[in-house]
Ligand binder design. Structure first.
Ligand SMILES: *Cc1c(COP(=O)(O)O)cnc(C)c1O
Length: 405
């Protein structure tokens, strides 16, 4: 049987802390639900039947393992003569890594006898992945989405409805992800007996950051085996974009103890940190509480969460997961900013040179590779998480890119 879940680790501690980050900053009524979920998750995750069923779904339905692709023409366009590999999560069903988590949590919910699933979504990618998993597993699916986001992401709203999900329009606050998250939490508090809440990244109160990390670790477990097969040694660098931090942690986590492997988390710098229009929680934020846990977040002096900005909807989140905050403070990973403009250049380069149109999120990671190629010692092995395909972005790209007739 293929291994898809990372072995249980020391982190977080039993109360869900990553050296001070994380935890459960939630109303009393949710505490018991979270404690129960953690207990149930630990039992289910260790169960071989569950692991086997998940591995089968990931293989036969979602298309795992995804390939590792060496990109020679892109590497040749850069200084340093590096060997660059992409872990192809764009080839996963629905076009990005998010389905790994939605399938894992959907199956978990089924095991726990919970037939009703709720989720929150900003751009709609997590909503589509969750609606897909629910259709497959025969679960009811309700997705909370801000009214403003529904307007901006009509196609994904339509997709979710085709897949049988009910999309609930959230009209409170700024009518975006932050408010949709609050509504989903409220629903969960009222209905936790028959409802499971599928959070879409390594964020939220414990055990969510750990659970999502474990379900996404299939990325790093596969990549580790594949690079050893291809090169006979581990990579020197892992690079991934960071929204909440699930594709990156999924890649990094299985390499945590390999100290010679450097981790690069790429944050969305938007229009520049100084402009305030960015989503760089480590580089431009500070420690605070958001979405039920302690982490680096974007906030004002009163601790009010401030809106994030990025050209890529999937990185447009005003925080970063607690395990990333821990990596940042301990120096295990470096967090580097890449701007909207830089991501757009990288997207066009890799499309032209390799025939791979990345998601705008993914383009941030590609840009970082291009930026650092000349500064590294030569002939390094660089492994990048190619988190998603760009089809979803082509309409908005037309506003930024034009070609001569
Ligand atoms: C949602 C998304 C991201 C950002 O989310 P993480 O949880 O940080 O991985 C990155 N890439 C793609 C393609 C996405 O859809």
């Amino acid at each position: 049987m293929a291994q898809t879940l990372a072995p249980l680790q020391q982190r977080p501690d039993p109360r869900g802390h990553y050296a001070g980050f994380g935890g459960r900053y939630v109303p009393e009524t949710l505490m018991q639900t979270l404690i129960e979920l953690e207990r149930e998750y630990s039992a289910v995750a260790a169960d071989r039947d569950f692991q086997a069923e998940l591995a089968t779904l990931l293989g036969e339905y979602a298309g795992r393992p995804t390939p590792l692709t060496r990109v020679r023409r892109f590497a040749d366009s850069l200084p340093g003569n590096h060997r660059i590999y992409l872990k192809r999560e764009d080839l996963l069903h629905t076009g990005a890594h998010k389905l790994n988590n939605s399938l894992g949590q959907g199956l978990l919910a089924k095991r726990l006898g919970k037939k009703r699933i709720i989720a929150e979504t900003g751009a709609g990618q997590h909503g589509v992945a969750t609606a897909t998993a629910c259709a497959l597993l025969g679960l009811e699916c309700i997705v909370y989405m801000g009214a403003e986001d529904m307007e901006r992401q009509k196609l994904n709203v339509f997709r979710m409805r085709l897949l049988g999900a009910r999309v609930v329009k959230v009209t409170s606050g700024t009518e975006t992800l932050k408010d949709a998250t609050n509504e989903a939490m409220r629903d969960w508090m009222a209905n936790c007996d028959d409802t499971h809440y599928i959070i879409g990244s390594c964020v939220g109160p414990h055990p969510f950051p750990m659970m999502v990390r474990d379900f996404q670790s299939v990325i790093g477990i596969e990549a580790r085996g594949q690079i050893l097969e291809a090169e006979g040694r581990l990579p020197d660098h892992l690079v991934a974009c960071v929204g909440g931090g699930s594709n990156s942690l999924g890649l990094f986590h299985p390499f945590y103890d390999d100290e010679a492997v450097a981790f690069w988390g790429v944050e969305a710098e938007g229009e520049g940190i100084a402009t305030g229009l960015h989503a760089a929680a480590v580089n431009g934020g500070s420690v605070g509480v958001f979405h039920g846990s302690m982490s680096y977040v974007l906030q004002d002096q009163d601790g009010q969460i401030t809106p994030a900005h990025s050209i890529s909807a999937g990185l447009d989140y005003p925080g970063i997961g607690p395990e990333h905050s821990f990596y940042a403070d301990t120096g295990r990973a470096k967090y580097v900013p890449v701007s909207d403009a830089e991501a757009l250049v990288a997207l066009q380069e890799i499309s032209r040179l390799e025939g791979l149109i990345p998601a705008l999120e993914t383009a941030h990671a590609i840009s970082q590779v291009a930026k650092m190629a000349g500064e590294l010692p030569p002939e390094q092995i660089i492994l990048v998480c190619f988190s998603g395909r760009g089809d979803k972005d082509v309409f908005s790209l037309q506003e930024h890119i034009s070609f001569d007739e």
